[in-house]
Ligand binder design. Structure first.
Ligand code: HEM
Length: 149
């Protein structure tokens, strides 16, 4: 009782304050970067399109096209961002990595354009091949530019 009279504002226990600060720092460290967010968007549209093209229907063409357009716009956004790995390099190496990353993303966008054309022409076998190509581009890109967790 004596304490509450001398201390008008009762502060939380220091250990509790520390815990809150620590949890906030942890949440910040794990937040997705803008590049990760674009990649996640690509992944979702890629998965949905893959499922659709398993048993494609002409009547669903517009849905497939809009998924492919989502993959493309996410790839274009990702293209102009900088991989976290590059940010950790000295400036000259960073510039070289960003250049090479952008070239790879441009190749990816080219592959997505081919995919869009094949969907427009209802060439489903070709479109499925394009999707496999995107997957191998993804694996190569991740091997080269993604940090190891
Ligand atoms: C359809 C193709 C692709 C898909 C679906 C995809 C998907 C993803 C996903 C889901 C992540 C987040 C991983 C995580 O949260 O741990 C990611 C991260 C990443 N991806 Fe991709 N990716 C694709 C193509 C590429 C390509 C072609 C490149 C490089 C040229 C690339 C470079 C990266 C990098 C650098 C990261 C780490 C993010 C960062 O450094 O901030 N990805 N990708």
């Amino acid at each position: 009782m004596k304490n509450s009279r001398t201390l008008p504002l009762r502060l939380p226990h220091p250990a509790l304050l520390l815990l809150v600060v620590w949890m906030a720092a942890l949440a910040g460290a794990q937040a997705d970067s803008p590049l990760e967010k674009s990649m996640q968007q690509m992944k979702k549209a890629y998965k949905d399109l893959g499922a659709g093209l398993d048993k494609p229907l002409e009547s669903n063409k517009d849905t497939y096209l809009s998924l492919a357009e989502t993959i493309k716009s996410s790839a274009l956004t990702a293209r102009d961002l900088v991989p976290e790995l590059a940010g950790k390099l000295p400036p000259d190496q960073k510039a070289a990595m960003v250049k090479s990353y952008r070239e790879s993303m441009d190749d990816l966008v080219g592959a997505i354009d081919a995919l869009i054309k094949n969907i427009q022409n209802a060439k489903w076998d070709e479109a499925r091949k394009d999707l496999s190509l995107l997957k191998s581009d993804m694996k190569d890109g991740h091997r080269e530019f993604r940090r190891e967790d």
